[in-house]
Design a binder for this molecule. Structure first.
Ligand SMILES: Cc1cc2nc3c(=O)[nH]c(=O)nc-3n(C[C@H](O)[C@H](O)[C@H](O)COP(=O)(O)OP(=O)(O)OC[C@H]3O[C@@H](n4cnc5c(N)ncnc54)[C@H](O)[C@@H]3O)c2cc1C
Length: 151
């Protein structure tokens, strides 16, 4: 059976797997998603998480709950060798291993750009992950509390 391997279970990867589950006939192909996170982050909700109008858990869509016919692997792809049609997976724990594919879908997203501004990566928060949105919210609330105690 053909192997369809999706690198990244974010917005594009999640919808690719979801769509394939609906379109593929039984026995037509195996679909696998590799992502270190077990959920898709709905990033447009992150500013609302910062503002407190949406709870953090509502910005995360569980892959396992929605993708019933897809194999989910918790890990990161660290290398792609298209000539051999293999990728190297670094799991959450344990040694790296390889997976083979017939069709590769690369939907690993992007990382927050820090521009050549000294110190920004040490001092600033990004806003791509739920943890970052919660950290910004906590920082804001703490700052308001501190400001309120100023004379
Ligand atoms: C704050 C914010 C607000 C936004 N608001 C809007 C909006 O209002 N409207 C709109 O259209 N768009 C909006 N966007 C943009 C939209 O969220 C992104 O365009 C979309 O999430 C991109 O989808 P993606 O699948 O390419 O990447 P992502 O959703 O970022 O998914 C990438 C996935 O790949 C995984 N990954 C990364 N590296 C590896 C690896 N090596 N191996 C395995 N997995 C890996 C990550 O863990 C992640 O799950 C917003 C984005 C942000 C940050």
């Amino acid at each position: 059976m053909r192997e369809i391997l999706i690198v990244g279970g974010g917005y594009a990867g999640f919808y690719t797997a979801w769509g394939l589950e609906k379109k593929l006939r039984r026995g037509e192909a195996h679909v696998t998603v590799v992502d270190p996170r077990p959920y898709m982050t709905y990033q447009p909700f992150l500013p609302e998480v910062v503002a407190g109008s949406v709870e953090a858990r509502h910005a995360a869509v569980s892959l396992r709950r929605h993708l019933h016919r897809t194999r989910l692997i918790a890990g990161s792809v660290t290398e792609i060798r298209n000539r051999d049609r293999t990728v190297t997976v670094r799991p959450e724990s344990g040694p790296d291993y390889q997976l083979t594919y017939d069709i590769l879908v690369i939907t690993a997203g992007a990382i927050t750009r820090t521009f050549p501004i000294p110190g920004i990566s040490d001092q600033a928060f990004g806003l791509k992950h739920v943890e970052e949105a919660v950290a910004i919210r906590d920082r804001l609330l703490t700052s308001f509390d501190r400001a309120a105690t100023l004379p």
